[in-house]
Design a binder for this molecule. Structure first.
Ligand code: SAH
Length: 216
């Protein structure tokens, strides 16, 4: 792990942000958050050279750090406002968590891989990103004790939309979830009323699968 952020990293990050902007991300706050979070620190040192390419990469325990464009796309759909309470399913490397914290969100995050959970829980505060709560558990059930949330973001491919996640949204809240097996359709649910949800579908993406139960 390299904990230094050098001018060369900043330069590479700015290029990455330009690439992501060209691919269609418009939200200035999202782009600014991407230009600030030192992605190279979230990856094993062997992959350091790839940190600022717009690609997903392995982070251990058979998982990946999402492609920066995908992180930007999902974050844009979430429409985070300062102080929003956000639940993330799939903490992984903590990169998406850090982007949400840069946007001044109060972040709750769940990870089902013990190894990743432990590593990221120690790592995030070291680089100055302190989530409100990180838990080791199963994202299919959400985090009832801290609900309702302004937004929920799922960063693994869900075979179906877990009901608890819909019911843990505030009225007006947004759930961003890639749905499908193999490839996923990025899907946004907006809670319009107690039982009333608006659904919007976006393009195809590929995520590691959202798995059942936690894995010790
Ligand atoms: N947000 C992460 C993406 C990691 S990949 C990042 O920026 O690095 C998706 C993550 O979802 C993996 O770490 C995987 O272990 C986790 N995951 C899969 N199924 C899950 C579930 N049911 N509950 C919680 N996390 C889950």
């Amino acid at each position: 792990m390299i904990l230094k952020d050098l001018p060369k990293h900043k330069g590479l990050r700015n290029q990455l942000v330009n690439t992501i902007e060209r691919k269609g991300i418009k939200n200035k706050n999202v782009l600014e958050a991407l230009s600030k979070v030192p992605r190279h620190m979230f990856m094993d040192s062997g992959f350091m050279d790839f940190a600022y390419q717009d690609k997903p990469f392995p982070i251990g325990a058979d998982q990946t750090i999402s492609q920066p464009y995908t992180v930007a796309f999902q974050t844009e759909l979430l429409e985070v406002k300062s102080g929003d309470k956000i639940l993330e399913i799939g903490t992984g490397s903590g990169y998406q968590t850090a982007i949400l914290i840069e946007l001044n969100a109060v972040v709750y995050s769940v990870e089902r891989q013990k190894e990743l959970y432990t590593k990221t829980k120690i790592f995030l505060p070291k680089v100055g990103y302190v989530p409100k709560k990180l838990i080791f558990g199963d994202g299919y059930i959400g985090m009832k004790e801290n609900a309702p949330f302004d937004g929920i973001i799922v960063t693994a491919g869900a075979p179906f939309v877990p009901k608890p996640l819909l019911s843990q949204l505030k009225i007006g809240g947004r759930l961003v979830i890639p749905v499908g097996e193999g490839t996923q359709i990025m899907t946004l649910y907006i809670r319009k009323g107690e039982k009333n949800f608006e659904k919007h579908e976006f393009g195809d993406f590929r995520f590691v699968p959202m798995l059942k139960d936690s894995n010790k």
